[in-house]
Design a protein around this ligand. Structure first.
Ligand code: ZN
Length: 220
């Protein structure tokens, strides 16, 4: 495995706990301003993600998201793998210390592949990088492809991630149900629609809630 791939593993493993990163972003009080600036891109296939992790990767490993069935419902399951399939494409990136985008997570979803083949993507990512660097958010937020195929493409509902052992499982959850849960938003859409229910797409349980089973999760 190349040194570069292991550098990416080290960058990934340094990502923080969801709750700590979320409160750090909140304390900066610039996310709304940045989202409002980026809403000019008005492209709901893409978004910002809260830089955090649920797993520790070993040298040479990648985090890959694949479609699955969980409790009888369509889901996406992300797990660490040793070799990327040929049809995998990056779905989440983080800026490295040199201000260059580095892939952190991958997907084999055809909708993600289509969105990463967009000839305008490099320019969008450059605009997003500029906004994050200008607002000193590059260690807290990254760039992601939000669009997914099939049922998980539903834009009227949120997607909730739970962690079980070494897997992250993402399932749909209604906005009404989300209100009942102790979950944090972890992705925001680059949509022109600034209504919260449209721009927040993915949610994760707070690390202190009883729902999280994350042996490797950082705490405190
Ligand atoms: Zn998460």
């Amino acid at each position: 495995m190349s040194g570069n791939a292991n550098n990416l593993v080290h960058q990934y493993n340094k990502l923080g706990d969801v709750q700590i990163v979320a409160s750090e972003v909140e304390s900066r009080k610039v996310l709304d301003k940045v989202l409002s600036e980026l809403s000019q891109l008005d492209d709901n296939r893409y978004g910002l993600w809260l830089l955090h992790r649920h797993h520790l990767l070993s040298d040479g490993q990648f985090l890959l998201e694949q479609p699955a069935i969980y409790n009888g419902q369509p889901a996406l399951v992300a797990s660490a793998i040793d070799e990327l399939p040929n049809d995998a494409v990056p779905s989440r990136w983080a800026l490295d210390p040199a201000g260059k985008w580095q892939p952190m997570e991958y997907s084999i979803d055809p909708a993600v592949r289509k969105a990463t083949a967009n000839p305008g993507l490099a320019e969008i990512m450059e605009v997003v990088a500029g906004a994050l660097l200008k607002n000193d958010l590059s260690s807290l937020l990254g760039f992601c492809v939000l669009t997914r195929s099939d049922v998980l493409a539903d834009e009227l509902n949120g997607r909730l991630e739970i962690t079980e052992g070494s897997n992250s499982i993402v399932t749909l959850i209604s906005n009404a149900e989300l209100k009942e849960e102790s979950a944090l938003p972890t992705t925001w859409c680059l949509s022109g629609n600034q209504v919260d229910s449209c721009r927040m797409r993915d949610w994760c349980y707070k690390s202190s809630s009883g729902h999280v089973r994350i042996p490797n999760h950082q705490s405190g």
